[in-house]
Each structure stands twice: as structure tokens, then as C-alpha cells.
Design a protein around this ligand. Structure first.
Ligand code: GDP
Ligand code: MG
Length: 164
């Protein structure tokens, strides 16, 4: 079976937008309403002649922060159990949040390969100072991506493919 790449992260960081961009098809539902319930979705994706399965995670409803964190941990655990590479998506605009740090620690402890994606880096050129805060998550070099524009998505896939 094909290597599985799971996309995890807080609601509204752009996981589904990234998923769509990576598979090149409009398969996941992207909704501007924060926290709209969406199921996990799978898609095949080819990069440099090698096929992988991508999984988008979601289904997090707008509720108290502690409930969202519990659900993020659940999604992260599913990814740890089933994926070959995990992409943790964060949002440049919100900076590093407590939930990001919590899930990053959990993923790091699992020993699974993790690629850190800092999404919403919409401006080309040198990353802004806030970008460097993401090094504090302890997951190595963050990859700056703009899922709406597509910038950095090739570098992100290359980083994933280093582990498969
Ligand atoms: P999810 O909840 O993590 O799946 O996030 P979505 O993919 O549904 O995106 C949440 C919001 O962020 C939507 O309004 C997207 O259009 C927006 N978004 C996603 N990626 C980017 C990006 O790279 N740049 C900007 N500016 N907005 C983005
Ligand atoms: Mg989504």
C-alpha cells in the first residue's frame, strides 16, 4: 500500500486548503466558517513519480478550547498510529499557540517523522520574524507555505518524501 501522509493541526490553520493544493483536486470541503464539521478525507497524490495517500483531518466543532485540544490529540494519535509521515500545520498569523506546542510535543514523543508546516506565508521572499518562533516547537526546520497561493508546497512534499 502507498505511504500515508497525515495532515494535522488546529481548526482554521488551513489543513483542507493545503490538502486540496497538494492533491491538485478540489476534494476536501473548505469553508470560511471556523470549525465547521468535516470528516477525514483521503486522496492520492503523485509527486516526483511516487504515489502517496494524503489524509486531511477535521471534524472539530466550535466548542470550548479544552474540547478542541482533546480532539486534536485524538486526531494526532490516529495519525501516529496509521501514518508514515505527519504534517503538523500551524498558522503564521496566529503564531505559536499552546495547542500547537501540546500537539507538537505529543508528535515528537511518538518518534514518527513529523514535518512542520507554517501556513499562510503569503508573501514571497525572506520569512517575517514571527516565522522563526516556530523553531521553538522542537520539530526542526519549519517549512513556510501558502496553501492558497501554492508557495512552498513542493518543498513541503520534498520534506515528507525524505521520510518515505
Ligand atoms: P482547516 O480548518 O485547518 O481545514 O482550515 P481551512 O483549509 O478550512 O482554512 C481556514 C481558512 O484559512 C480559510 O478561510 C482559508 O481560505 C484560509 N487559508 C488557508 N490557507 C491559507 C493561506 O495559505 N493563506 C491565507 N491567507 N489564508 C489561508
Ligand atoms: Mg479542514
Amino acid at each position: 500500500s502507498k505511504p500515508l501522509i497525515a495532515i494535522v493541526g488546529r481548526p482554521n490553520v488551513g489543513k483542507s486548503t493545503l490538502f486540496n493544493k497538494l492533491c491538485g483536486k478540489r476534494m476536501a470541503i473548505v469553508d470560511d466558517t471556523p470549525g465547521v464539521t468535516r470528516d477525514r478525507l483521503y486522496a492520492e497524490c503523485e509527486w516526483r513519480g511516487k504515489e502517496v495517500m494524503l489524509v486531511d483531518t477535521g471534524g472539530i466543532e466550535p466548542r470550548a478550547d479544552d474540547v478542541i485540544l482533546k480532539q486534536m490529540r485524538f486526531q494526532a494519535q490516529l495519525a501516529i498510529d496509521s501514518a508514515d509521515v505527519i504534517v503538523l500545520v500551524c498558522d503564521l498569523r496566529s503564531g505559536v499557540t499552546a495547542s500547537d506546542a501540546d500537539v507538537a510535543a505529543m508528535l515528537q514523543k511518538s518518534g514518527k517523522p513529523v514535518v512542520l508546516c507554517v501556513n499562510k506565508c503569503d508573501t514571497l521572499g525572506n520569512p517575517p520574524p514571527e516565522f522563526y518562533e516556530f523553531y521553538n516547537l522542537g520539530l526542526g526546520d519549519p517549512i513556510g507555505v501558502s496553501s492558497t497561493h501554492g508557495h512552498g508546497t513542493g518543498d513541503l512534499l520534498d520534506a515528507c518524501y525524505e521520510h518515505i
